[in-house]
Design a protein around this ligand. Structure first.
Ligand SMILES: [Zn+2]
Length: 302
């Protein structure tokens, strides 16, 4: 059995948004059990957007949430840090439309959550337990989730670039490796693409301070890479954030090949549609008792 968790104290951080370049103040606050991760736009009278798959707006360069025309952009690195540290419930206040990119990884968010402290709550955690494989494929790209008693991800990427090539990483939850092995991996981009994005005003806040940038032969950041396979680790980081939009931790083995935000979101949406492929349980072990269906219906109807 596992208990839900929230943060112990409010904590704040400020920075600029990668895509908009606007300054934003972010504050994490403790939240009651069963509330999940909830964003509040304090610049819009506290307008609330739940971090749930039904509110996913656009998933090309970033995972954004939208509700009634109100947008919250680039949520995936904070969501990854919260999921990676197993924080179930928190209120995220922001006073602009995009989360701060900080150093382009989830490490500053891990440090923030660690500073806040993590508090165990009385309520038990509910898990989405996969019962049969579910797949989304598109040519060479694919993502499948298989039944498993814990959350595990295998991520494989392949880029025809001398520094990247073929990379593969395997992550198991509960191994406590998230904070040191996954969270520090930064987002990355190719110089030619970045120039196009910059011209189109899509990365107003982008710099070598918040992304790994590659030219044709290598990494142009003077400090180099944090890990030789930082690229693959970052894709895994993004997947952990995107999958948290299920609203509950997953018990399943996700295998992703050359996937990205759009495909992560497609698989999450498919899982939520295909109710027969999973059930809610409070105990990760095989003989777990399913949570009664009304609990799910009530919490989803909010
Ligand atoms: Zn990312």
């Amino acid at each position: 059995m596992a208990n839900q968790q929230t943060i112990a104290n409010p904590v704040s951080v400020s920075g600029v948004g990668l895509h908009t370049g606007v300054r934003v103040n972010l504050r994490l606050c403790p939240a009651p059990a069963n509330s999940g991760v909830v964003f509040r736009r304090t610049d819009l009278e506290g307008f609330v957007i739940e971090a749930q798959a039904r509110n996913v707006a656009r998933v090309s360069y970033a995972t954004s949430l939208m509700k009634k025309g109100v947008l919250i952009s680039t949520t995936e690195h904070l969501l990854s840090a919260l999921a990676g540290l197993e924080v179930d419930n928190t209120i995220v206040e922001i006073d602009n439309l995009e989360l701060p990119i900080l150093d382009g990884s989830a490490r500053p968010f891990v440090e923030l959550i660690t500073k806040a402290g993590i508090r165990r709550q009385r309520a038990q955690r509910n898990f989405v337990k996969i019962l049969k494989p579910v797949e989304v494929a598109d040519g060479m790209k694919r993502i499948i989730v298989y039944p498993a008693d814990s959350f595990r991800v295998t991520y494989r990427i392949s880029f025809p670039h001398p520094v990247i090539g073929a990379q593969s990483i395997d992550f198991c939850s509960g191994s406590s490796g998230y904070a040191t092995e996954i969270a520090p991996a930064r987002t990355f981009g190719f110089l030619e693409e970045l120039e196009m994005l910059r011209k189109n005003g899509l990365i107003r806040g982008g710099s070598l301070e918040n992304a790994v940038v590659l030219d044709r032969t290598g990494v142009i950041n003077p400090e180099g890479l944090r890990f030789p396979d930082e690229f693959c680790r970052h894709k895994l980081l993004d997947l952990i954030g995107d999958f948290s939009l299920l609203g509950r931790p997953l018990l399943g083995h996700v295998v992703a090949e050359r996937a990205g935000h759009a495909m992560h979101a497609q698989l999450v949406a498919r899982l939520l549609r295909e109710r027969q492929s999973w059930r809610l349980v409070t105990d990760p072990q095989l003989d777990a008792k399913p949570v009664s269906e009304p609990v799910l219906a009530a919490s989803e109807a909010q």
